[in-house]
Design a protein around this ligand. Sequence first.
Ligand SMILES: C[S@@+](CC[C@H](N)C(=O)[O-])C[C@H]1O[C@@H](n2cnc3c(N)ncnc32)[C@H](O)[C@@H]1O
Length: 340
Amino acid sequence: MSEETPHRRRPRYSGKNPRRFDQKYKELAGHPDTIARVIASGKTPAGTHVPIMVDEILEVLAPREGETAVDCTLGFGGHTRRLLQRIAPGGHLIGLDADPVEIAKTESALRAEGWSPEVFTARKSNFAGLHAALAAAGRTGVDLILADLGVSSMQLDNPARGFTWKSAGPLDMRMNPARGISATQWLLKISPSALEEALVENADEPDARLLATALAGKNFETTTELASAIRQALPMRSTELADKAIRRVFQAIRISVNEEFTALDALLRTLPACLNAAGRVAILTFHSGEDRRVKKAFQAGFREGVFDLISAEVIRPSINECRANPRATSAKLRWARKAR
Ligand SMILES: C[S@@+](CC[C@H](N)C(=O)[O-])C[C@H]1O[C@@H](n2cnc3c(N)ncnc32)[C@H](O)[C@@H]1O
C-alpha cells in the first residue's frame, strides 16, 4: 500500500472565491500569493491578524536593543515580531494570551522564525495576572508593556469560537474556552435589567431596554439564532442599522462573558509595579468603555507622580491604515512613561 498522503479535493464552493472560513484553505495554510491578494483587497486573511498602528506604537514605546518587554495580548504576534526586532539581541519579550488555542500556534510560528526561548517566552495567562506572570518568569519589572485589547481576527472570523454572527457557530465567545461560562449560558442566566446595563455600559446600545427584554433568559444555541432574535426585536430598522445593533450586542456579551473590564482594571492597577523606572506602556483600545478607563488611570498616575509623561491626546490610526484595514477604524492609542 502506498505511504503517500491521499490526494484531497479542494473544498467545493460556488463563485470564484471561498466565502466560508473553513473553505479558505489556502489562507489557512498560509499560501503567500493568496495572503498578499487578500490583504491588498483590504481584508484579513483567514487564520491571521493584521497588527494595528504598529509604527505609532513603536514610536511611543521607543524600544531599544537589550530592553525587556511584555506583550499582554500576543494574538498572532504581529506587534511582538516588531518589538523583538528592536530589542534583540540581548532583550527579552514575554507574550501573554488568555487563548490556549491561538497562543500555541503563535508560539510555534515564532519559534519556526528563529525566536529562541532566550529572547521570547510565551505564557498562557490573563493579563490581569501580569504581576504574577512576571514573578513566574523571574522578573520584577520590564521596560516596555503593550496591550492591544479585544479579540483577534483569528478568533473573530472562526465560527467555531462563536464571536461572529456572519456564519453559524456555537454561541460561545470565550477567549479561553476552558474557563467561565459560554455566551449561551450567560444569556440564559441574566436578568433583563442586568442585560440592559451590560448593553449600555459595554456597547452604548441605544435600544438596550427593548433588546434586553427580548433576549434575557432565553436559550440561543448558535450565533445566527441570536442575530435573528435581535433583528426580530428591531423590526422597523434597516438592514444596516440592524447589523450595527447586532454588532453592539455581540460586543457587549463578549465583554461580559470574558470579564474584559475587570481584567483591564486589574492591569491598569498593577501596571506601575510592573514597569522599570522610565519604562513605557502603550494601550490600544477599541471602544469608549475601554478608552475611558485607560485615560483615567494614566491621568491619575500622572497626578500622583507615578508617570512623568502621558499622551496628551488620544492617537488615532491614519486614514490610509483604516482604508487598508477597516478593523483599525475604531482604534485609539494612549501611552505613559513611569517616573524615574
Ligand atoms: C487584538 S488581539 C492582539 C493581536 C496582536 N497584537 C497581534 O498583532 O497579532 C487581542 C488578543 O488578546 C487576547 N486577550 C484579550 N484579553 C485578554 C486578557 N485579559 N488576558 C490575556 N489575553 C487577552 C485575545 O485572546 C487576543 O489573542
